[in-house]
Ligand binder design. Structure first.
Ligand code: AMP
Ligand code: MG
Length: 341
């Protein structure tokens, strides 16, 4: 299959959006930009189209997709908000939509089971990217990241082509993603002690900000055969090159004859590994002044570059465990678990 690459027309969104909608209406899948990472979208109410997403990504059927809607009022088309959660959900939506916050809520029966992997909840958000938002205003779409399962998420149209070129009919190039890591996912819930937000996946909206709305707690323990928080899959975002995640417990000891590439946060400072070894390749996540948001934007780009550098091992420095740094470390940790395969 030929993959058409269309550069989004910032002057005339409608034309770009219409091109995607035409294919989606035929049950095709298309790659679309969002502010987090590029998504692989299908009509959320067309089970066969959604099945194609799983097939193309080689994604296991137990890993559910996020549904993107275009209007707040469309939430009721896909989810049912229990009365006890109504106020909390409203406050979160007011504060963060459109934006990188995904809410997990009881699903409406009309949403095909394949979208939610048979779970009775559905993950929903409104994207702040004009293309994704424009498309989902016309049609709610189910869209996971546009990469092969378990691999590095794409933050540019070029990265989508590397991942899925030849397998999908259309990629819309909406530029580099503004946030660079996947949305924060929370499940609002009423527990014995009151309202909570179960943190299913760290992302651009940090836990510190969400505490204003309700107590933020860990998700329930996952059972091997039934995953409540599939974003918690241990191995994810992985390069094919073996990778070591350097959190505080790990010391770097190079092996004779092996080549090493460093993923450094900012390339200087006491904690930095830059001067401690003669690296064969170095990528800096935040070459500016060391800003976590810049690190997040460049994270997957840098991982891809190091994976392509031909080194034997990638060594990734942990960043500070605050704000979006929690999401960066989360991705690096999982990337190292799945790496080298
Ligand atoms: P992706 O953004 O490609 O990683 O895929 C969407 C992610 O959304 C999944 O891996 C899950 O982490 C999460 N997700 C989707 N639906 C649900 C749900 N009903 N409950 C919990 N997490 C969900
Ligand atoms: Mg993904």
């Amino acid at each position: 299959m030929d993959t058409k690459l269309v550069v989004a027309d910032f002057e005339d969104w409608r034309q770009t959006v219409d091109e995607a909608i035409a294919l989606l209406e035929q049950g095709e899948v298309v790659a679309l930009p969002t502010e987090t990472v590029y998504g692989l979208a299908a009509d959320a109410f067309n089970a066969e189209a959604v099945a194609k997403v799983f097939e193309i990504k080689e994604r296991p059927s137990f890993d559910p997709l996020i549904v993107h809607i275009g209007h707040k009022r469309d939430l009721e088309k896909v989810a049912m908000v229990p009365e006890e959660l109504d106020e909390l959900v409203d406050e979160l939506i007011e504060a963060y939509w459109p934006g990188p916050l995904t809410l997990v809520l009881p699903k409406r029966p009309e949403v095909p089971d394949i979208v939610t992997s048979g779970l009775d909840t559905v993950a929903v958000r409104i994207s702040a990217h004009e293309v994704m938002r424009g498309v989902s205003r016309q049609m709610p779409v189910a869209a996971p990241s546009a990469n092969r399962f378990g691999r590095i998420s794409p933050t540019s149209a070029q990265a989508v082509i590397e991942e899925l070129g030849g397998k999908i009919p259309l990629v819309i190039d909406g530029g580099a993603c503004r946030d660079g890591v996947e949305s924060t996912i929370v499940a609002p819930a009423m527990e014995e002690k009151g309202l909570v937000l179960r943190m299913m996946r760290p992302g651009p909206i940090p836990k510190e900000d969400l505490r204003k709305f309700a107590k933020v707690v860990k998700p329930k323990k996952t059972k091997a055969d039934h995953i409540e928080s599939p974003g918690q899959i241990e191995s994810h975002y992985a390069p094919t090159t073996p990778m070591i995640f350097m959190d505080k417990k790990v010391t770097f000891e190079p092996e004779e004859g092996k080549s090493y590439g460093l993923l450094s946060y900012r390339g200087e400072g006491n904690a930095s590994l830059v001067e401690k070894h003669d690296w064969d390749a170095i990528e800096m996540m935040s070459p500016g002044k060391g800003k976590l948001a810049e690190g997040a934007v460049r994270l997957f780009y840098c991982l891809r570059a190091l994976d392509a550098a031909g080194v034997d091992v990638i060594v990734a420095e942990a960043v500070s465990e605050t704000g979006i740094g929690v999401a960066i470390n989360d991705r690096l940790r999982r990337a190292s678990v799945g790496s080298g395969k």
